[in-house]
Design a protein around this ligand. Structure first.
Ligand SMILES: [Ca+2]
Ligand SMILES: [Ca+2]
Ligand SMILES: [Ca+2]
Ligand SMILES: [Ca+2]
Ligand SMILES: [Zn+2]
Length: 405
């Protein structure tokens, strides 16, 4: 055995001899993105904490389990539901709830929240889309097998990284735009039948009928409301705990915004004042802008509208990162060759770079959620119909936290 071998053996022995009961990762784990398999490993590790349970709430088209991390006493405490990754390419929207689940398992400041609330965290609602986005950073929808061009072949021609630079470029020339790729099936068209799919955040039953019915569209609503295993699983989970829900947050990326209902209408929601208060408290701490969702753009059959519209539960959509509202960034990241424009930064458009930038987004969102939950504990807990009234000592704690927050 060489010096290296001996060293490895020593490291191994040390690791084995002092292996903790829980092998929870450190914050550094969250500074990079992980495959879905690695995410599953993390979730299993979290579930070894006494106050954390792991549930499989459904199975995707490609057979991947969809997990819910259940933290604290969901039977007694009002439930805060956190949902990430409706859209494959928005990897950061999974990282935020994963990080929060880890904090709730690990960090005393966040575990303290379990005195007031319980949490259900669905960090990756669209695991197939998550994995597909590793190949094609433009991938948004789920992976329901679909023959978009009606040639009898399913998902046969997605974009690909032809020049091997690790990116899938978007080309534009005048009015015409297209993605990097080859004609996989030799039908004379390039990238005409991507993997999947349905836009899961257009598949919920509220105002679904107003959504886009063209199957090739990035915002295709699906053949029926809740037609997809992913959205169906989440809807069942919500139905199960609806009478105890205190707050629902749906994480996305593409911009830096806090959005409140409605998405489908420019009307004010009945609880506009409360929703704006919650939203602006979050926005202030995280450094985002607050806006009614429909002011960004209209969307139909979307989760936040569904939970707020059907159950009256306060719900927010947080766009945690992205450059959609910054045309200058986009221009700076485009390459111009004659009248051809090439854009290669899909990943960076939706996701912070690994390292400090990524950790900063996670920390800002964790602090913002904690601040909102403490500051508005009184109203959120009381609002969770069917949840038992707070004990006097709990109210006292609310009051103390309110002053801190
Ligand atoms: Ca086809
Ligand atoms: Ca397809
Ligand atoms: Ca083709
Ligand atoms: Ca084809
Ligand atoms: Zn999204």
């Amino acid at each position: 055995m060489g010096v290296r071998g001996a060293l490895a053996l020593i490291v191994l022995l040390v690791l084995c001899s002092c292996e903790p009961i829980l092998a929870l990762p450190t914050p550094a784990y969250f500074a990079t993105y992980h495959s879905y398999r690695e995410v599953e490993g993390l979730l299993r590790e979290l579930a070894r904490c006494g106050w954390v349970r792991l549930r499989v709430i459904g199975t995707t088209w490609q057979g991947r389990p969809i997990y819910a991390v259940v933290v604290g006493d969901v039977g007694r405490k009002p439930v805060v539901l956190l949902v990430g990754l409706h859209h494959g390419r928005e990897l950061i929207s999974a990282q935020v709830p994963l990080y929060l689940a880890w904090l709730l398992a690990n960090d005393p400041e966040y575990r303290e929240l379990l005195g007031l609330y319980s949490f259900i965290v669905v960090p990756v609602l669209n695991p197939d889309g998550y994995e597909e986005a590793m190949r094609n950073p433009w991938h948004r929808k789920n992976c329901r097998p679909m023959d978009d061009d009606g040639d009898g072949l399913v998902d046969e021609d997605p974009p690909e990284d032809v020049d091997g630079d690790g990116r899938v470029a978007l080309y534009r020339s005048g009015e015409r735009w297209w993605y990097e790729g080859v004609d996989n099936d030799g039908d004379g068209r390039v990238n005409e039948d991507w993997v999947g799919g349905v836009d899961l955040n257009r598949n919920y039953p509220l105002a679904w009928e107003l959504g886009v019915s063209a199957t090739w569209s990035q915002i295709y609503r699906g053949p029926a409301p809740l037609s997809e295993p992913e959205s169906g699983a989440l809807a069942s989970l919500i139905e199960e705990c609806a009478d105890r829900l205190a707050l629902v947050i749906s994480y996305h990326s593409g911009a830096r915004l806090v959005l409140y209902p409605w998405s489908w209408s420019s009307e004010e929601p009945p609880d506009a004042r409360l929703l704006r208060e919650l939203g602006s408290a979050y926005a202030r701490v995280a450094g985002y802008r607050l806006m009614q969702s429909s002011r960004l753009y209209f969307s139909f059959g979307e989760l936040m509208d569904y939970v707020y519209g059907k159950y009256g539960v306060p719900a927010l959509t947080i766009e945690v990162y992205g450059w959609a509202l910054d045309p200058r960034w986009r221009m700076e990241h485009e390459l111009r060759v004659g009248n051809l424009t090439i854009f290669k930064y899909a990943f960076e458009y939706f996701n912070p770079s690994p390292g400090g930038e990524l950790l900063e987004v996670l920390r800002a969102n964790a602090a913002a959620l904690r601040a909102v939950l403490l500051r508005y504990a009184g109203v959120l807990v009381a609002g969770a119909a069917g949840s038992p009234a707070l004990e006097p000592w709990e109210l006292l704690r609310c009051w103390r936290w309110r002053r801190e927050a």
